[in-house]
Design a protein around this ligand. Structure first.
Ligand SMILES: [Fe+2]
Ligand SMILES: [Fe+2]
Length: 256
């Protein structure tokens, strides 16, 4: 966009706004799913006919939303990191910490992916969502650890120096108590053969590491290559049990 030396006239501003809107969304109607409305405190949806009436002559979006970064036709996990994960600093910091501590590649990968539920999808039950997304592509131990870290985070383990997070006191109050299903998950996990893998996610899952530490996704491309079975068709198009989740991230405003 060109910088104007003098203030823009009204019509110049209108033109600019129009152009901006056109770039934001072409001729299609992007739809908000019920879940998006619930986030605004409304259990609501607008029916197709009513919505189309508001946008005469327009069709519904049934593919990529032009307001969002364009993914390649056969997107990889790394593409999603770059184009769909709203924030990757925490994931990279956790994984970098595990890498520097010389931990197993499975643990490093688990750290790198542990919160993808949060950064790309939804906070509620993020461990479960994140695990489901990656399950077809990683060692069972990795997805298991991602699933259970959500529960383990609430319970200390002195043997590895993991304490109840200060942050949780600040966020949820000193008297917050996890729900029964989280407690039950913790009990199951504590006695599981892969307990320590999930526990090590918690050990690396803290925000008090040097916030200025240099982190770089490139440091993990090889580990991802060796431990994440990237489908040749691209994530979303391989007919895996979680392919639809990746497609939803790709096209979150499709009508159907
Ligand atoms: Fe988490
Ligand atoms: Fe985390």
């Amino acid at each position: 966009m060109q910088h104007h030396a003098s203030p823009m006239t009204l019509s110049e501003r209108a033109d600019e706004l129009e152009e901006q809107l056109m770039h934001e969304l072409t001729d299609k109607i992007a739809t908000k799913s019920v879940l998006f409305n619930m986030a605004d405190g409304k259990v609501e949806m607008e029916g197709g006919a009513a919505l189309q009436k508001k946008h005469p002559g327009k069709l519904f979006l049934m593919g990529a939303d032009p307001r969002l970064p364009k993914l390649p036709d056969k997107p990889t996990l790394i593409d999603f990191f770059k184009l769909r994960f709203a924030s990757t600093a925490h994931l990279l910091q956790s994984a970098t910490h595990a890498l520097k501590a010389g931990m197993d590649e499975k643990v490093i990968l688990a750290c790198l992916l542990h919160d993808i539920g949060v950064v790309s999808f939804i906070r509620c039950d993020h461990g479960y969502w994140g695990a489901q997304m990656i399950e077809p592509y990683v060692d069972e131990e990795v997805s298991w650890a991602v699933r259970t870290h959500q529960a383990l985070r609430f319970f200390p383990d002195e043997s590895v120096g993991y304490e109840y997070p200060e942050m949780y006191i600040k966020y949820f109050g000193a008297d917050y108590e996890p729900e029964d299903y989280i407690k039950a998950e913790y009990e199951r996990a504590r006695n599981h053969k892969w307990y320590m893998t999930s526990r090590l996610i918690c050990v690396n899952d803290i925000y008090s590491f040097d916030p200025n530490a240099k982190v770089d996704l490139d440091d993990f491309v090889d580990i991802v290559g060796r431990n994440f079975r990237q489908p040749k068709e691209g994530l979303g198009f391989d007919n895996s049990p979680s392919a639809h989740m990746w497609r939803t991230l790709m096209w979150p405003t499709r009508f159907l």
